[in-house]
Write a protein that binds this ligand. Structure first.
Ligand code: 2AM
Ligand code: CA
Length: 267
């Protein structure tokens, strides 16, 4: 199994970089943009083509592996037994469409429900963040140091401004004390990139009331591998078969925020 996992890791990196190359090659072309659940929920032919590319590669080499992909070309995954690839072909599609940057390919590989391989590829910068469980996280070939403890008063956190304005999903007042007490807030518009920023220590935490499994599957593997914490906003374990709230953070800071800022939250 171990040997096979290394092979899967090698292919996953190769295919992710190739998919990224194809995305970079698409930049001069006119995008075909449509919307999904609402007018701001965008998808392009590149999102779809990239997911199909992964499915062809994975099914060609590993016909028994299952694939959960955002665009729905994979399998109907209702359980996590065996090897399951959880793929977001472009995380941050709005950034992809508007900016041609600040988006990523996200690939999490789970074996019997356990996160074993995580890859997030910042396509524009050709930066692949990757790990196989137990071997640390690398940025291309360079190891990323373990995360150090942090505190609210010195923390820079990522949070979408949507959640501190009245909205349908959560009581927007919940985040106000935290936003006031941290050193700064940021919003990057790609959950995968925001998790990479937590993994690399560029920010200290990232919070979101609603994300899909493919937004978080790879990032939580990278963050946990570096000693960070990844739970929902109540501090509970994440369930990759449904949508979750998300709270990823450096150690120490996670329990401080849970205890003092999230304990009465209406999530
Ligand atoms: P996407 O670009 O793959 O759709 C933006 O704040 C982040 O939230 C992105 O990672 C984006 O992923 C994700 N996102 C956007 N709309 C979403 C939705 N309806 N449900 C879950 N996640 C969503
Ligand atoms: Ca996507």
């Amino acid at each position: 199994m171990n040997h096979n996992l290394k092979e899967i890791y090698t292919y996953a990196m190769e295919w992710t970089k190739e998919a990224g190359e194809n995305i970079r090659a698409s930049f001069p072309k006119t995008l075909n943009v449509t919307s999904k659940s609402n007018p701001n929920d965008l998808v392009t032919d590149i999102d779809k083509g990239t997911e199909q590319y992964f499915i062809e590669k994975i099914k060609g080499k590993y016909p028994d592996h299952r694939i959960m992909g955002e665009e729905g070309y994979g399998d109907e995954v209702t359980g996590l037994s065996g090897v399951v690839w959880i793929i977001d072909p472009i995380d941050g599609t709005m950034n992809f469409v508007h900016q041609q940057r600040n988006f990523a390919i996200s690939v999490g590989i789970y074996v019997d429900g356990e996160g074993m391989i995580g890859l997030i590829y910042d396509v524009v910068h050709d930066e692949l963040y990757h790990c196989i469980k137990g071997n640390g996280v690398l940025l291309n070939d360079k190891p990323i140091p373990e995360l150090k403890e942090s505190r609210v008063s010195e923390a820079v956190i990522a949070l979408n401004a949507l959640w501190v304005a009245p909205n349908k999903r959560i009581d927007h007042q919940m985040f106000i004390p935290l936003v006031q007490d941290v050193r700064g807030t940021r919003s990057y518009g790609s959950a995968a990139m925001e998790m990479v920023y937590v993994a690399t220590g560029r920010i200290d935490a990232y919070l979101s009331p609603r994300l899909a499994p493919w937004d978080i599957a790879a990032g939580i593997i990278l963050i946990k591998e570096l000693g960070g914490e990844a739970t929902d906003l109540r501090g509970n374990e994440l369930d990759l078969l449904k949508e979750n709230s998300l709270f990823v953070s450096k150690p120490g800071l996670h329990s401080e925020i849970l205890k003092h800022y999230l304990k009465d939250g209406k999530w």
